[in-house]
Design a protein around this ligand. Structure first.
Ligand code: G4P
Length: 528
């Protein structure tokens, strides 16, 4: 690995936009705190969590987050370190919010995979890894909790290679472990860093350096360390930048986020080797980060910090050019201009108006419902970014309102919340009541709480006879009409008016798929 923290030449190549993926409890929150702490964004570690637990003035649905101890909302944190600008996009920790997580991963250029050193690769890590692989997102691995009982490091590397089919290249090696864990040894540069408070690592002559007598007083542990370093250097892959950028190899760092070991090694590496903003696929062409004209796409909408004002923040990833405060952009979906009068940056505790932002940055754009997930903004060009997906919901419910007088209000509220991505909304062709679809059941609780808190609409849910849904399309318009007419009571429109087929079971869906070979049934829809 090359010298870290070299200032990059221009604002775009200085950007590192990344997310952390992990199984719950592996240490994502702790690592986030420490990245922000050593990145200078917060004064005291613990503030991320403290903020999470603070009595919130936000609407009541945040109560769900508190009571279940999960972070429901995706947010972004920006900090500068060693000449780089880091944008850390937080992904919700709970399985139920996987849609949000997937969307967030469309907006990053790399990911840090946190693994618990005692547990290795766990279910959710693997799932999130697969999403990163689909999108060719390079992964840096952080093996956390080396200060506790751990599995053998070689075993852990082997497990990553076997279960994820991903080459590993350890970059640092743990100096002792468990109670004796005393720091990290850089296998490439032959340097030692004790605690992360040590900004500049110490150069040593090699694993036999007398410094290790101090760090590891127990002769047996010292001998093990030296043996392991020899073995790691001889038997394991060396770091290869091209293989990493292509997603075939992950550099591995050992550390302890809680005890401040290895975190600075990780930040240095993100600066030195993680990719700068990459080209983004739009229909028709790829948009290069270095292009002069501003483009971006919305991957997340977050509503109502203040329910009285119905304000919404659309999170937009800038894909190219320079976003300037006050500029007019074109919202390609409607063709209408939108003035970016108060774009915002987010920090650990604060937000601030952004005067300018570059490719790789994520800005919050306050709006009152103009912007939707998947929207593309440009300086005039008609292009649409691909790849902010919508997943076929696995749970569908009809919304039941006790007060029929409020039907119109409910319709509007559901429309707004669906635009935000809280649920998906399907309007049946046969005129029956709206159906909401979710990937995880917790989304239904959030919808119910928010309808009550923000719109004073008490609702309940009713079962529907449907359990599967698919977007449908066909090259042959007539066939498509024929199919929709034959299945009128099972057809609905989604938020964008795209036709959706609802089926009672996977079995009956298969039957229809076989009977109608000219119809394409899809379970993932890219937002247009
Ligand atoms: P998550 O966001 O991935 O779910 O994990 P989080 O950071 O909340 O960490 C989960 C638990 O693991 C926490 O303990 C945290 O203190 C602990 N932890 C994180 N990193 C390390 C580490 O490097 N070493 C050790 N020994 N523990 C670590 P908890 O008791 O569940 O929570 P708390 O009461 O300490 O906050």
């Amino acid at each position: 690995m090359t010298d870290a923290a070299r200032p990059a030449a221009d604002p775009v190549s200085a950007r590192r936009t990344f997310a952390i993926i992990s199984h719950p409890d592996a240490g994502k929150t702790t690592l986030t705190e420490k990245l922000l702490l050593f990145g200078g964004a917060i004064q005291l570690a613990g503030e991320v969590k403290a903020k999470r637990n603070r009595v919130s003035t936000r609407s009541d649905w945040m109560a769900i987050e508190k009571s279940r101890g999960i972070s429901v909302v995706t947010s972004v944190m920006t900090f500068e370190y060693g000449g780089h600008v880091f944008n850390l996009l937080d992904t919700p920790g709970h399985e139920d919010f996987s849609e949000d997580t997937y969307r967030t991963l469309t907006a990053v250029d790399s990911a840090v995979m946190v693994i618990d050193a005692a547990k290795g690769i766990e279910a959710r890590t693997r799932k999130l890894f697969e999403v990163c692989r689909l999108r060719d997102i390079p992964i840096v691995t952080f093996v956390n909790k080396m200060d506790r009982e751990t599995r053998d490091p070689f075993d852990l590397l082997d497990e990553i290679e076997k279960t994820l089919a991903l080459d590993t290249a350890p970059v640092n090696w743990p100096i002792g472990r468990g109670r004796s864990f005393a720091g990290t040894y850089d296998l490439v540069r032959s340097t030692v860093r004790g605690l992360d408070e040590e900004v500049v690592p110490r150069s040593v002559s090699g694993p036999d350096d007398p410094l290790f007598d101090e760090l590891l007083p127990d002769p047996a542990e010292r001998a093990t360390f030296r043996e392991e370093v020899e073995l790691a250097r001889e038997g394991l892959n060396a770091f290869d930048l091209a293989a990493f950028r292509e997603g075939h190899l992950t550099p591995v760092f050992f550390g302890s986020a809680l005890r401040n070991y290895g975190v600075r090694d990780l930040i240095d590496a993100l600066g030195a080797v993680a990719p700068p903003p990459r080209a983004q696929d739009a229909d028709g062409r790829a948009v290069e980060a270095a292009e002069p004209k501003m483009t971006g796409f919305v991957f997340k909408i977050q509503a109502n910090m203040d329910p009285n004002h119905r304000d919404r923040i659309a999170f937009m990833r800038v894909c190219s050019g320079r976003l300037q405060r006050g500029m007019k952009a074109k919202l390609v979906r409607t063709g209408k201009p939108i003035t970016l009068s108060a774009p915002q940056f987010f920090f650990a505790q604060d937000r601030a108006v952004a005067d300018e932002a570059f490719a790789g940055d994520v800005v919050g754009i306050p709006n009152h419902g103009t912007l939707r997930i998947g929207d593309t903004l440009t300086e005039g060009e008609d292009l649409v970014f691909r790849g902010v997906p919508s997943f076929a919901p696995e749970i569908m419910r009809r919304v039941k309102l006790s007060d029929a007088m409020k039907a119109k209000k409910l319709k509007e509220a559901l429309q707004q919340l669906a635009e935000e991505g809280v649920v998906q909304l399907f309007v049946p062709h046969d005129g029956s009541g709206a159906i909401v679809g979710v990937v995880g059941a917790l989304q239904l609780d959030v919808l119910k709480e928010r309808l009550q808190a923000e719109y004073s609409l008490p609702i309940d849910y009713e079962q529907t006879r449907f359990s599967v849904c698919r977007w449908i399309a066909s090259e042959d318009e007539r066939k498509l009409d024929e199919f929709m007419n034959a299945n009128r009571s099972a057809m609905a429109d989604d938020l964008d008016g795209a036709p959706v087929f609802l089926a009672p079971s996977p079995f009956s869906l298969r039957y229809d798929e076989e009977r109608w070979p000219q119809i394409r049934f899809t379970d993932i829809k890219d937002y247009q």
